[in-house]
Design a protein around this ligand. Structure first.
Ligand SMILES: Cc1cc2nc3c(=O)[nH]c(=O)nc-3n(C[C@H](O)[C@H](O)[C@H](O)COP(=O)(O)OP(=O)(O)OC[C@H]3O[C@@H](n4cnc5c(N)ncnc54)[C@H](O)[C@@H]3O)c2cc1C
Length: 373
């Protein structure tokens, strides 16, 4: 990577979610890096409001970036977590056919998993009952490579590495404008005390999560990309369910996404969700509105759905959890289903980084390093 003396730094990474931290971490082994993050700490947005699942990579088209980056990211995530003492467990995951007619979906998923190179095992109803006594289903596929991790610890270790590698992390600073100068960028950012300052760099990597579409338009002009808000809400199950599920349990996907699933955290506490709730709004200014939830009526929807495969559930077992926001990408008004990495004028833009973005984060970082090498 070129090192020009009249530039303040080599690369500015915008955003300190898990993706920005992972990208900055790998780049900082090779060049000078500054991360600019508008919040006062890392991971205050999508990266701390998700299921913390290390996905196996079975749900996306075989040749998609999601599949490729999820498979590689999973391998890197387990390796990073082991080497850096980030709590994690490869607990596996079941996809269950609640009704007999859903078994065809499992057969197709098994073929797809084989094509992608992901291990899985057919589990009969009686075997499932022995393994997960609270689950009732006709059959299931078990994916042993799925797991869970502590996303806060993952980000914290990435931040430690960045500090050791002398990268600069500017929290409480928001990128508000930028100009391409022919061989690099001059970025304007707003500081916590309301000053506007400038930083010159050779390359920009836009890891702004939900904000990355707006940043793309701001830096490169036009209105090409838009992220629409699609919320995922969760309920917690009370402590009588602690350690009652050894693995993650997903129904077969429906038109609304993966279906409300049962995930556990590293303490064995159980969460239901997320669901899929499209908002009529887009843009950061509307996120607060989208986060308002009528938890009482939603409780019944979740209960009805999950009771089908966890029959012992009673409605009082559920208490409100949290809401995550998926950045659903639209390119010139057309919905995009895959991750998009746009490159233009010494800048890289990570767009539509919804699930499995946590799993894929370290692999996304590798891609960016390849582009810049
Ligand atoms: C409900 C839900 C469940 C999910 N479950 C999983 C899962 O189980 N497994 C999995 O692999 N993935 C999951 N994901 C996806 C995963 O959480 C995301 O893909 C990942 O966290 C995205 O990280 P990010 O760094 O791109 O975005 P973010 O974490 O949102 O970070 C972007 C950062 O950019 C900053 N920023 C934005 N604009 C500016 C600006 N102008 N100036 C400075 N800073 C700026 C923001 O403040 C933010 O900190 C889930 C997502 C959701 C919503």
């Amino acid at each position: 990577m070129a090192n020009s003396s009249n530039l303040t730094t080599d690369v500015v990474v915008i955003g300190a979610g898990v993706v920005g931290l992972a990208v900055a971490n790998q780049l900082s082994e090779r060049c000078r890096v500054v991360i600019i993050e508008k919040n006062l700490k890392f991971g205050q947005e999508a990266s701390s409001r998700n299921s913390e699942v290390i996905h196996s990579g079975i749900y996306y088209p075989i040749d998609s970036s999601k599949t490729k980056l999820c498979l590689r990211g999973r391998e890197l995530a387990y390796d990073f977590c082991s080497r850096n003492k980030v709590p994690h467990v490869k607990c596996g995951k079941y996809v269950v056919a609640i009704h007999a007619e859903e078994e065809n979906y499992l057969l197709n998923l098994r073929e797809h998993a084989k094509g992608v190179g992901v291990d899985c095992k057919w589990i009969s109803s009686s075997e499932l009952n022995l393994r997960e006594p609270l689950i009732r289903a006709q059959a299931a596929l078990f994916f042993p490579e799925s797991g869970i991790l502590d996303s806060h610890q993952l980000m914290s270790r990435l931040e430690d590495h960045l500090i050791k590698q002398e990268a600069i992390i500017a929290y409480g600073h928001k990128v508000i404008d930028g100009e391409f100068m022919g061989d690099g960028w001059s970025l304007k950012y707003l500081t916590t005390d309301g000053r506007i300052e400038e930083l010159n760099c050779k390359f920009v990597v836009n890891c702004g999560g939900f904000g990355s579409a707006g940043l793309y338009n701001l830096l490169l002009g036009g209105e090409r990309f838009e992220h629409r808000i699609c919320c995922g809400r969760y309920f917690n199950l009370n402590s009588k369910y602690q350690n009652k599920f050894s693995s993650l349990v997903y129904p077969v996907p429906n038109v609304d996404g993966l279906g409300i699933h049962v995930t556990r955290d590293l303490d064995g506490m159980v969460r239901l969700g997320p669901d899929v709730e499209w908002s009529n709004f887009s843009g950061y200014q509307n996120i607060e509105k989208a986060l308002q939830v009528d938890w009482d009526s939603l409780q019944l929807k979740f209960f009805d759905f999950v009771k089908e495969y966890v029959p012992s559930l009673i409605v009082e077992d559920l208490s409100p959890g949290f809401v995550g926001v998926r950045p659903k990408l639209f390119d010139s008004g057309r919905a995009q289903k895959d991750f998009v990495i746009e490159k233009s004028k010494n800048s890289f833009h990570l767009l539509g980084i919804e699930s499995p973005g946590l799993t894929a984060s370290l692999a996304i970082a590798e891609e960016i390093v390849k582009f810049l090498s």
